[in-house]
Write a protein that binds this ligand. Structure first.
Ligand code: FPP
Length: 248
């Protein structure tokens, strides 16, 4: 399995799945065919993560900006997501995968919204892995929504302003309860965060690859994890401090 050390896996992997459109153009196909192939890469990635023991996988499936794409593309993406949930439910139950979402999911439309809710309810007891889909998600919107809830709690007297801290704040984010991502993968040669997990990625290792998302597979995932494992995560400490921590 390439150079992957199964004892030092990232706990949480987040992925910006980019390049479906370019993949389609490269193969002289329509954009939607690229998304279809992209959904296949999602299946492969989820299976592989579950198999090797990744605890949380967050996929950027639909951003707040994606609503501005042509109607037929938005609809096709929703349809693919719906199809994905329908076809994978059995496997999620069998493999202990819990489905969660982050984002303004109220903005999603029926029937997808209903199926999403149902899949989350049916898998909520699963503990092996969390598949977390970012849907109608934007990092800045998430932070603003958190502040609104926080201010409400201050107004109602539930929270004192001096209790607000960097440890408390994440409880108001969509990701509450999930660990921060250790590794963030972005495909298709773009070097941007694009409004993804802004607060949560403060100490995340970033891995960029030119591979287009529909071509992403087991081998590419192992490559990303192996690279993550070669890096030294210092969280602002010195190398000596880290070595001391590891040996103590
Ligand atoms: C980026 O490619 C990809 C998206 C906007 C959507 C991601 C969706 C999928 C991979 C398919 C369905 C997902 C699941 C979870 C089953 P792009 O269209 O921006 O590519 P481009 O930049 O090359 O045009």
């Amino acid at each position: 399995m390439m150079d992957v050390d199964l004892r030092k896996l990232p706990r949480h992997i987040a992925v910006i799945m980019d390049g479906n459109g370019r993949w389609a153009r490269k193969h002289a196909m329509g954009r939607i065919s690229g998304h279809k192939k992209g959904a296949e890469a999602v299946r492969i990635t989820v299976r592989t993560c579950r198999e090797i023991g990744i605890k949380v996988l967050t996929l950027y499936a639909f951003s707040t900006e994606n609503w501005l794409r042509p109607d037929n593309e938005v609809q096709a993406l929703m349809h693919l997501l719906e199809e994905y949930l329908r076809s994978e439910l059995h496997e999620m139950l069998e493999n202990g995968i819990r489905l969660t979402t982050i984002g303004d999911t109220e903005a999603l439309k029926e029937p997808f919204k209903g199926i999403l809710r149902e899949t989350m309810a049916k898998t909520s007891h699963n503990r092996e892995m969390t598949l977390n889909l970012a849907l109608s998600y934007g990092g800045r919107d998430e932070i603003i929504a958190a502040i609104q809830k926080l201010v409400q709690d201050v107004h109602s007297g539930k929270l004192q302003p001096q209790e607000i801290s960097k440890d408390l704040f994440p409880n108001y984010l969509y990701t509450t309860g999930l660990p921060d991502p250790d590794l963030l993968i972005r495909t298709s040669g773009e070097y941007r965060i694009s409004n993804f997990l802004l607060w949560q990625s403060a100490y995340t290792e970033f891995y960029f690859t030119d591979v287009l998302w529909p071509d992403f597979n087991r081998e590419e995932l192992f490559r990303a994890i192996a690279e993550f494992q070669r890096r030294e995560r210092r969280f602002g400490l010195t190398s000596d401090q880290i070595q001391e921590e590891q040996t103590s």
